[in-house]
Design a protein around this ligand. Structure first.
Ligand code: PLP
Length: 384
């Protein structure tokens, strides 16, 4: 997808464009069907309430979840906060014993660290291998000593898909609760909450072509204690357009997600092959199973900020996690993988998406390769 400004967009792990079919429904629910779903004394409110019910069903269908467990939030960060505050409340006076992978998103890590600082949690860290994979035996070994296991469905930098269903079986057998951050995995990774009813499951609409600022927490334990809305007794006015958009986006993922993944797998293989042919000493980071649209590379000798700056108006790719972009500092994911310094410093995350075409991939690969070559040449001259 070549935009008139900003170039080819290949940063779909950061966010995705709203699908026009989603945007049409969102617009309708702002302009025409604008009722308050909590004010059902008239048709406007009734229609809004029905729209929310339909969206709830669409979310539940995509994940084979119980619609009664779906609670809409402003996104994953908000859902993670709700999940954590609920889990902390179950610890009854003693600190919650939490284990989390070192490659969780900052939304999980920051929440866990805050609880630790406040004396409300103790943390055990789950290491990853240099290819970002996680050893289930390591998780199993920790289970007797923890109350809550946090494992993401798929990593937002290197795209690694984690065995959350297997981890759940182990955790459930040990009586340990589990929080799954499925922000990158929903619609892309097979997830069946009827078979693996994770205690807390979160995701965000804007990663699946719905608007920003809407997401969900799916949890039967949270539901059981929060029947009256987020703030105790008052049910807040729901974000009807956003929730409707999330529902349509989930419906589209149910219908088209598998085919989309297959197409993206082909395109990302093409991208890797093109880059490998054009960039000497290219390093491919991460390993399978991985998100179909993820390509994560390093070009030692070409610092990533210089490469990204050279591509600025032509190809939108990223130096790392969405939340780290703009901030200086190494990626905690690549650090946890123990990658050599020059591999970390030259890491580039490329995320293909629904509207990426073969032509986009060929053109972007050529532009990325020449940006890397240009950075390497100028640094070599500078250092000569
Ligand atoms: N978790 C993961 C894996 C993510 O990729 C992101 C966003 O980048 C989040 C959580 C936070 O999502 P949001 O900013 O929509 O709350």
């Amino acid at each position: 997808m070549t935009e008139s400004t900003g170039g080819i967009y290949l940063d779909h792990h950061a966010t995705t464009p709203v699908d026009p079919r989603v945007a049409e429904a969102v617009m309708r629910h702002m302009v025409e069907e604008f009722g308050n779903a909590n004010s059902v004394d008239h048709v406007h409110g009734e229609r809004a309430a029905a729209a929310i019910e339909a969206a709830t069903d669409a979310v539940a269908d995509l994940l084979s979840a119980d619609p009664a467990d779906v609670r809409f939030t402003s996104g994953s960060t908000h859902a993670i906060e709700l999940a954590f505050s609920h889990a902390l409340g179950t610890a009854e006076g003693s600190p919650l014993r939490v284990a989390l992978s070192r490659v969780e998103h900052p939304a999980v890590i920051d929440m866990a660290r805050r609880a630790e600082r406040l004396g409300m949690a103790t943390l055990r860290w789950i290491d990853v291998a240099p290819d970002a994979s996680i050893d289930l035996n390591r998780i199993e070994g920790l289970l007797p000593e923890i109350d809550l296991l946090c494992l993401m469905a798929a990593n937002n930098e290197v795209g690694t898909i984690y065995p959350v269903a297997k981890a759940y079986e182990l955790a459930a057998a040990a009586g340990v609760a589990m929080l799954v951050d499925a922000t990158q995995g929903v619609g892309r990774v097979p997830l069946d909450l009827s078979e693996t009813p994770f205690d807390y499951f979160v995701f965000s609409g804007h990663k699946i072509h719905a608007p920003k600022g809407v997401g969900a927490l799916i949890s039967s334990v949270y539901r059981a204690e929060n029947n009256y809305g987020l703030s105790g007794s008052h049910a807040a006015t729901p974000n009807v357009p956003g929730i409707v958009g999330l529902g349509i986006a989930c419906r589209l993922m149910s219908e088209e997600g598998a085919a989309e993944e297959q197409r993206l797998r082909g395109l990302s293989a093409l991208m890797r092959a093109e880059l490998r042919a054009a960039v000497p000493d290219l390093v491919l980071n991460g390993s399978d199973p991985r998100l179909a649209g993820n390509v994560h590379i390093s070009a030692p000798g070409a610092p990533n900020d210089l490469v990204v700056a050279r591509l600025r108006n032509e190809v939108a790719i990223s130096t790392g996690a969405a939340c780290m972009s703009g901030a200086q500092g190494a990626s905690h994911v690549l650090q946890a993988m123990g990658l050599p310094q020059d591999v970390q410093e030259s890491a580039l995350r490329i995320g293909l998406g629904r509207h990426t075409t073969r032509e986009d991939v060929l053109h972007a690969a050529q532009r990325i390769a020449s940006a890397i070559a240009s950075v390497r040449t100028s640094l070599e001259r500078h250092n000569a």
